[in-house]
Design a protein around this ligand. Structure first.
Ligand SMILES: [Zn+2]
Length: 398
């Protein structure tokens, strides 16, 4: 796959030009768009034009909170230097030179209930308004995503891992290093030289968010976050634009169909393509595992099932496949502990009940094995292997 550099902003010649400016006639970055549009002279036809905005109340589109806050600061910069009718046409910066003037500004600002997103501290500092009460800005999903990106950039892998949804599970199961291996070996991730936040979006329920970054003026990276117990965690990364987030399930389905038809060559092509986009998807790792199982490459299958399990420890089918490989390789203790884990999450999972029972038979734990097999057959009367195992067990017990 050949990746071309993206077109740069024609104003700063540094950031990627992510939007077309109707005023300039070329692509610019959002920072330069803010510099231009804050004068409220952009044409109405532009989605980003600002119109008749009062101080701290912008009427115009922003693609991210970061852009919105930046725009508010620029608006404040203009406001402080212009005669304000509310102050009998006095100029805030001039007023701020006297304590009486500062008091008037503070009184004016204090009458509003101000959105905590508004960078009031910026205005406070700008005009030395020591008496202005400012609530600290809440930490948003963008802040978390940004901090995460900084840690990716500086290769602080242990910190990177701490942002992830499954972090506690990894620590408890000594798997953090396995995750670090996956993320630190990614071709795009390890080559981050610069990154810019381009846009973000929040779901209606306000518990999931996507934050989109530009990497090295070359790649797209979308971070998916989830809110759990009032804390934003990072769920996955996509090497691509945010739109791709919604196509993941369709892509998974395509692979599942190809593998079910045994079309392994096509499955290989699509798996290669999608797993370079959905770099932290347990589903694609799972299907890689199945692919290598079908093509009889047990070592690779094992590796991918393990990766899938790290990426989603609650994925029962993955855990089962991984446990089964360990079991068939004779790594009985590891297989057993995984089977136990599966049965805690899915107490009736038939293959697990049967396989665990067969280990117990070998260990002469007949009573326990019998319990598991009966449970297995009760919920799956057609499961022949389990029935054969039970017959074998009954002979042993007599
Ligand atoms: Zn620019």
């Amino acid at each position: 796959m050949k990746i071309f550099k993206k077109k740069k902003c024609k104003i700063c010649k540094d950031k990627t030009g992510t939007r077309f400016c109707l005023r300039k006639g070329f692509n610019i970055c959002w920072e330069d768009c803010n510099i231009l549009r804050v004068d409220e002279k952009c044409p109405d036809e532009c989605d980003y034009h600002l119109q008749n905005s009062d101080i701290m109340q912008l009427k115009g589109k922003s693609d991210s909170q970061m852009e919105y806050i930046d725009l508010l600061k620029k608006q404040m910069d203009i406001w402080v230097k212009k005669p304000q009718s509310i102050f009998q046409d006095k100029i805030p910066v001039t007023m701020a030179e006297s304590s009486d003037g500062r008091k008037k500004i503070v009184d004016f600002l204090s009458q509003f209930k101000i959105n905590p997103m508004v960078p009031l501290s910026y205005l406070k500092e700008r005009l030395s308004l020591d008496d202005l009460k400012v609530v600290s800005n809440p930490q948003t999903y963008e802040d978390i995503a940004f901090e995460f990106m900084q840690n990716l950039y500086t290769n602080e892998w242990v910190k990177v891992a701490s942002f992830m949804t499954n972090h506690n599970y990894w620590v408890a199961h000594e798997m953090e290093d396995e995750f670090i291996k996956i993320i630190s070996n990614n071709m795009v991730i390890k080559k981050i030289n610069n990154f810019d936040l381009i846009s973000s979006a929040l779901t209606k329920e306000k518990d999931q968010a996507l934050v989109y970054f530009d990497i090295n003026n070359k790649f797209d990276l979308t971070i998916s976050l989830k809110l759990t117990n009032d804390h934003w965690n990072i769920r996955s990364l996509i090497i691509g634009k945010p739109e791709l987030f919604n196509s993941e399930s369709e892509a998974i389905q395509q692979i599942a169909i190809l593998l079910s038809k045994n079309e392994t060559t096509k499955a290989f092509e699509l798996l290669s393509k999608y797993s370079s986009i959905y770099i932290m998807s347990s589903d694609f790792e799972y299907y890689w595992g199945l692919y290598y199982t079908f093509t009889k490459n047990q070592d690779k299958a094992e590796k991918h099932f393990l990766q899938a399990m790290i990426l989603d420890p609650a994925f029962v089918e993955v855990k089962y496949n991984y446990a089964f490989i360990l079991h068939s390789k004779g790594e009985i203790e590891s297989a057993k502990s995984l089977y136990k884990e599966i049965l805690q999450e899915a107490p009736n999972e038939p293959k697990t009940l049967n396989n665990f029972a067969s280990i117990l038979i070998d260990e002469k734990e007949y009573k326990e094995a019998e319990k598991l097999l009966n449970k297995c057959i009760k919920s799956n009367p057609e499961f022949e292997i389990a029935k054969q195992n039970l017959e074998r067990l009954e002979k042993l017990m007599n």
